[in-house]
Every structure is written in C-alpha cells, then in structure tokens.
Design a protein around this ligand. Structure first.
Ligand SMILES: [Zn+2]
Ligand SMILES: [Zn+2]
Length: 379
C-alpha cells in the first residue's frame, strides 16, 4: 500500500485514510459529478451536500372524470383513489435524494389547502459518510381538472367501428346478443389491462334485427366479430365508409363489421328438405351444421356445399320440449308415450339415446309429429 497521505483538495486538511471499499463506492456512486469530492474532508463535503432535490411546486393535470394524469405527453391511468393519492404519487416521482445517502426513509403529510391545492410536507432521513442526515421539504401540488382524450371521446360519442350482430333468416337469440355484449366488454377490459387507453365501447344498441355495438377502434370491432364467428359460426364481412377528414386532411374511415350468424343455432330442431330420415336437433353451426337425428339418434352433418345452412325448415327448439310419460317400450325402434296434449298413447320412433328405464322423456311436438329429444340434463 502507498504511504502517501491524502489532503482535502479544497481546504488542504489531511483526510483520514478510508477503506478501499468506501473509496470505490463513492467514486463509482457519483458519475454525475465529474471530479467529485471523493477526497473532500467531511467539513467541505457537507458544506455542499444537498440531501433532497425538490421542485418549487408541481402542477398536475388530472382528468376530472376518470382520474388519469397527464405525464410527459400523454394521459396515464394511475389507479389513484383520490387527489391526495395522485399528489403523493406525483411528489414521489418528482423528488430525488442524493445518491450517496444510504438507508433513506421518508414520509409525507398532505395538507389540503383548497380543492385543487395540496401541500406535501415531506420528511427525509438517511445516513451519509456515517453521519445521520435529515431534511424537510414542502412541495405544493396544484391540480388542474381537465378532460382526458378518452373521456372527451366517450362523452362525444366517438366511435371508429360498428359491429352489427345479425342472423340469417332470423333474429339473433338473446343468448347470442348477451354473449356479444360480454365479448365486447371483455376485449375492451383486456386491452385496458395492458394500458391501452383508447379501448372503449361507445354504445350498445338493440335494433329490430339484432344488435349494434359501437367501439373506439377498428381493431376492437374486428376482434369482437371474429370471436362471435368463432363461437357461433356464421360469417363476417367488413366495409369501410369515409366519414370525414381529420385536421391534417387525412381521410378518416369507419369500418362496419357485419356478423351474420348461421340460420339454425344449436338447440333448433329442423326438418331437412332433401331427405325423409326425420328431424335433426342442431348441435353446432360452426363450419358445417352438425346435429343428431331425433328418429334414430344418429349423427348428422351437412355437406361441405351446404355448410351451416342446408335447405331446411325449422320445426321448433329443444327448449320447447315437454315431459311425456313413457307407456311401454315396444321394440328397438319404437316406444309408446302419452301425447302431452291429447294424453293418448302414441307409438313413436325410439332413438338410441332413449333411456328404457325412464318414466318420462322430453318430447317435442311439431308439424313433423312427436319426437323424443335427448335428455340434456344427463349430459
Ligand atoms: Zn476540506
Ligand atoms: Zn378521463
């Protein structure tokens, strides 16, 4: 080790030997002050020492509707409960402490001066060069209540895209429209959760032939319509409409996504035009229509060409089924039940899902006659 002695470069006092690790820490810890007082004596060091760096005041632009705060050049959701929360958050962002200080602790006492002004009394403690240090600062936080871009758009009924939920040759079921609303809200919530402030549902409106959902971006419209088709089948087409020009003269388009749900949703009982093998209970309308024959229990699937809309007429819905008393099982293909309307015994087809032990079975009476339905409660 060197025998040379250290002197304070400012006052010339001798500086006590410090451990190698201390010296390394300090020279490495202060990159912002070139030629820093690594070797200053304590007296000179503390003369210049500034524990806390605080602004004279903090101006906060806060959205009066949603509580978002303007930072940098954009609105940010800070998840604050009230203005005091926001003030604490902003003060934490704005204050800085000297890098040499260890074991820094601080507390803050907000003092509400008027509805838009909060004085933040901050108390700091820490240790530097083995010496405890403390400091108090007061920073006034001024709140300016404004309207953020999103809230402005929502209140202005802004939308970029419409999703039209319709169905082929029928109106969408309440299950389908309720699900569409759920999907829309879920997609927006997921996007919000990733910090996307531009995602919102502007309006959900029932119309005679379905549902219209206005949303803030084309991306959301596309996601909703794709998800609907994924779950229910059918098709989606999109069309752009020129609505206006923005302030820079760019053309602004609005996209309409027209979802057409298939004509026969699951639960429909249909009679196919080109066969006489009996009614089909629709199980799925995604891709090709799929279902089960009510006469035999055999699986039915429409051809590729027919897709989700084979030539058929609707006889009823599984929900229309009523319980009928089983009189006797005649053979593998026939069963006798009491007609739920006339209470007369009737021999009808016995599908393979028929439970020979059952005392009653769900039946559907339609133009095509009486048919046993699968007992969905068993599945
Ligand atoms: Zn000195
Ligand atoms: Zn807002």
């Amino acid at each position: 080790m060197s025998e040379s002695r250290a002197f304070c470069p400012r006052c010339g006092d001798t500086v006590p030997e410090r451990s190698a690790s201390d010296a390394t820490d300090e020279s490495a810890a202060d990159p912002l002050r070139p030629g820093a007082e690594v070797d200053l004596c304590d007296a000179c060091y503390f003369e210049d020492f500034d524990f806390v760096d605080a602004p004279d005041r903090i101006d906060v632009r806060v959205c009066a509707t949603c509580g978002a705060v303007y930072r940098g050049n954009r609105w940010v959701d800070v998840g604050a409960e009230d203005y005091t929360d926001i003030a604490i958050e902003e003060v934490s962002e704005a204050l800085s402490v000297h890098v040499d200080v260890e074991d820094v602790a601080w507390q803050v006492e907000p003092e509400q001066i008027d509805p838009n002004t909060i004085r933040m009394h901050c108390y700091f403690t820490g240790v530097v060069r083995g010496t405890p240090v403390e400091e108090q600062v007061m920073v006034p936080v001024k709140m300016a209540r404004q309207t953020c871009t999103r809230c402005g758009r929502i209140s202005g009924d802004y939308y970029a895209s419409i999703v039209q939920i319709r169905a082929e040759d029928r109106t969408p079921t309440s299950e389908e429209t309720e699900r569409a609303k759920e999907i829309a809200n879920q997609i927006v919530a997921d996007m919000e959760a990733t910090g996307d402030r531009n995602a919102f549902v502007t309006e959900v409106g029932e119309v005679d032939d379905g549902l219209n959902i206005k949303v803030s971006t084309n991306k959301i419209g596309k996601k909703i319509s794709n998800k609907m088709v994924e779950e229910f089948g059918g098709t989606v087409t999109d069309a752009e409409t020129l609505v206006t020009e923005d302030s820079d003269g760019n053309e602004v388009y609005r996209v309409t996504f027209a979802v057409r749900l298939p004509p026969y949703p699951p639960g429909d009982v249909i009679d196919l035009a080109d066969d006489d093998e009996g009614p089909v209970l629709v199980r799925s309308a995604r891709g090709n229509l799929k279902g089960v024959r009510l006469t035999t229990g055999e699986r039915y699937e429409a051809s590729y060409e027919e897709g989700d809309s084979p030539d058929a007429r609707k006889l009823g819905e599984a929900d229309d089924a009523v319980e009928a008393t089983v009189v006797t099982v005649e053979d593998d293909n026939a069963v006798q039940v009491l007609d739920p309307e006339s209470y007369r015994a009737k021999t009808i087809a016995r599908p393979d899902y028929f439970d020979p032990e059952a005392e009653t079975v769900p039946v559907l009476k339609s133009r095509a006659g009486l048919h046993v339905l699968p007992d969905e409660t068993d599945e």
